[in-house]
Write a protein that binds this ligand. Structure first.
Ligand SMILES: NC(=O)C1=CN([C@@H]2O[C@H](COP(=O)(O)OP(=O)(O)OC[C@H]3O[C@@H](n4cnc5c(N)ncnc54)[C@H](OP(=O)(O)O)[C@@H]3O)[C@@H](O)[C@H]2O)[C@@H](O)CC1
Ligand SMILES: [K+]
Length: 524
């Protein structure tokens, strides 16, 4: 599914209407009929339903929904908050269709008390007041009606967006409807993936309204999310039956310090479990006895240490000492001795994943990234705090601009950026973005990032396309956490459990998709 801003959605709509010839009236009919069918599955026959409509096209969707629900025999009334005079275009045509079908809408302008009573007394409220067209703070009486909806005990289903929630990134939100479910039309709106707005949406139900792919291509809205597991099947790691260990790649993971020998070893174990042919842990020599017993499958390359961390002089030795097809640097490095990771980026033209403390070293001289000439990809995996250091912004600013900041950063420095969070955003150096839908709050725990780093490195060695490798690592990391959370509470998820169960999850995924008859949607 595509992810769009409100402005991009308008461009997509315009293209579908003007260039493809799908009329706005038809799209609204599609939106309303598809939504009402999806909504009906949540309704009980005796529910009192209030469809609350505005005067724009979101309201128009509401007129169609009210007609379908009434025709299906539900006790559904249409409460229109906008004055009749302000309703135009396709929305007005659909209001007329509703009325000509023998139904009567109630208008807040002329019957405010009855409208408020209908809303207060409803079991289910369908919020079709405002969608992508909202600007600024909610105006009266929408603000008061939104508050009334939020106070009610009814189930609240929003159409496209909860009214009042802006669709543009980093727009302020003062008040808005808090929905239990949001029936999102055609494409996912950007803000549904941003922390400040996500809670307004409730469960998001995608609703197809028949807009052709070409309309998205024309709007250059190149951001996607996978909402079903079947999409993953085509992209799962695959092993040739005749494979030998040399073909799955040699991985080197550089990290660890006296107090954090576990981090580098968790990354190394994840790398082994995710299929790397040979994995070497490059560690400070005085941590060898602590690190080595943690993983039998790894090889070890100890380098000079100082105060329990890599000595500054060790960094110059790394490019020659490491014989690998891909490298990750960062897990558990520590911050007492300054790390110098630029020789790695400069001299090793193999895929490199930069994580954790190494990101902070990178931040001290980011401009160097622009002048280094490499053909192999650089992958940065910051959490919002690390991204704040990389950009010089506050964490709040990072979170409010996750999409645009990621795109700008990845393009400026020519890197793949994995901005972690509830919905991790992966951005390619060309600005294309993928949003991950798997994972849960159990991942908010030390070590899970180290495991992800190891998985990304292993996949980089097995996939041709770095974007696919990075996305699949993030996707399966989250999916394994979801698998674990189905068996024990989220709070008990251990980072290493993700490595241990990864194979089971991939296996289950293959089985599930096979059982579903291999109906793979190729539009991903
Ligand atoms: N285009 C298509 O093909 C399709 C579009 N579709 C649907 O259209 C929706 C977008 O429709 P849209 O552009 O008409 O905007 P919409 O969200 O109804 O809001 C406009 C109204 O809001 C009002 N208003 C604004 N700000 C306000 C505030 N702060 N506080 C209070 N009021 C405020 C503004 O009033 P005004 O300020 O002009 O007085 C105006 O009346 C989209 O989300 C989807 O549901 C589907 O049918 C599929 C086909
Ligand atoms: K709405």
């Amino acid at each position: 599914m595509y992810i769009v801003s409100g402005e991009e959605m308008r461009q997509v709509d315009r293209f579908a209407i003007e260039q493809i010839g799908l009329g706005g009236f038809t799209l609204m009919e599609n939106a309303g009929s598809s939504c009402s069918r999806a909504i009906e599955r949540q309704l009980k026959k005796n529910n009192r339903i209030a469809v609350v409509s505005g005067g724009g096209n979101n309201g128009g969707d509401g007129f169609v929904i009210a007609r379908y629900l009434a025709e299906a025999g539900f006790d559904a009334t249409l409460e229109v908050i906008a004055p009749r005079m302000k309703i135009h275009g396709e929305a007005y045509e659909h209001l007329l269709v509703y009325e000509r079908a023998g139904r009567a809408a109630r208008f807040y302008e002329t019957d405010s008390e009855a409208v408020e009573q209908a809303i207060a007394g409803a079991d289910v409220i369908i919020d079709a007041m405002l969608g992508t067209g909202v600007t600024g703070e909610l105006k009266p009486p929408y603000k008061e009606i939104a508050a009334l909806i939020n106070r009610s005990r009814a189930l609240v289903f929003a159409v496209d967006l909860p009214s009042g929630v802006p669709s543009a990134e980093a727009a302020d939100i003062q008040a808005g409807v808090r929905a239990d479910r949001t029936y999102m039309l055609a494409a996912r709106k950007m803000n549904a993936s941003l922390p400040g707005y996500r809670s307004f949406y409730g469960t998001i139900v995608p609703v197809d309204i028949g807009i052709p792919e070409l309309a998205y291509v024309s709007a250059k809205a190149d951001r996607r999310i996978w909402l079903d597991e079947q999409k993953a099947l085509r992209h799962l790691p695959h092993r040739d039956p005749d494979a030998h260990k040399g073909q799955s790649g040699r991985a080197a993971i550089i990290g660890g310090s006296m107090n954090m020998s576990g981090a580098v070893m968790m990354a190394a174990e994840a790398c082994v479990r995710a299929g790397a042919g040979r994995t070497t842990a490059v560690i400070p020599d005085d941590t060898l006895s602590a690190a080595a017993p943690q993983l039998k499958e790894a090889m070890y390359l100890p380098l000079p240490s100082e105060s329990g961390e890599f000595a500054r002089s060790a960094w110059g030795k790394v490019p020659e000492a490491v014989h690998a097809d891909g490298v990750a640097v960062g897990p558990g490095l520590g911050r007492n001795v300054t790390n110098d990771i630029f020789p790695l980026i400069n001299q090793l033209d193999i895929p490199i994943v930069i994580d954790a403390d190494a990101l902070l070293d990178l931040a001290s001289d980011l401009e160097q990234l622009k002048i280094i000439s490499r053909t192999s990809p650089v992958i940065l995996t910051p959490h919002p705090g690390e991204m704040a250091v990389l950009t010089g912004l506050s964490i709040e600013e990072v979170q409010a601009g996750r999409f645009s900041l990621s795109a700008k950063f990845a393009k400026t420095y020519g890197v793949y950026l994995v901005l972690k969070g509830r919905e991790t955003i992966i951005t390619g150096p060309d600005g294309r973005q993928w949003v991950n839908s798997t994972g849960n709050a159990g991942l908010a725990k030390g070590g899970t990032g180290d495991v992800l780093t190891g998985m990304i490195l292993a996949f980089l060695l097995q996939y041709e396309d770095p974007a696919e490798a990075v996305f699949m690592a993030v996707y399966l990391h989250g999916l394994t956490a979801d698998y674990l959370a189905e068996r024990a509470d989220q709070i008990s998820i251990n980072a290493s459990d993700i490595s241990h169960e990864l194979g089971t999850v991939i296996c289950q995924l293959k089985q599930k998709c096979n059982e579903a008859g291999r109906t793979i949607d190729i539009r991903d």
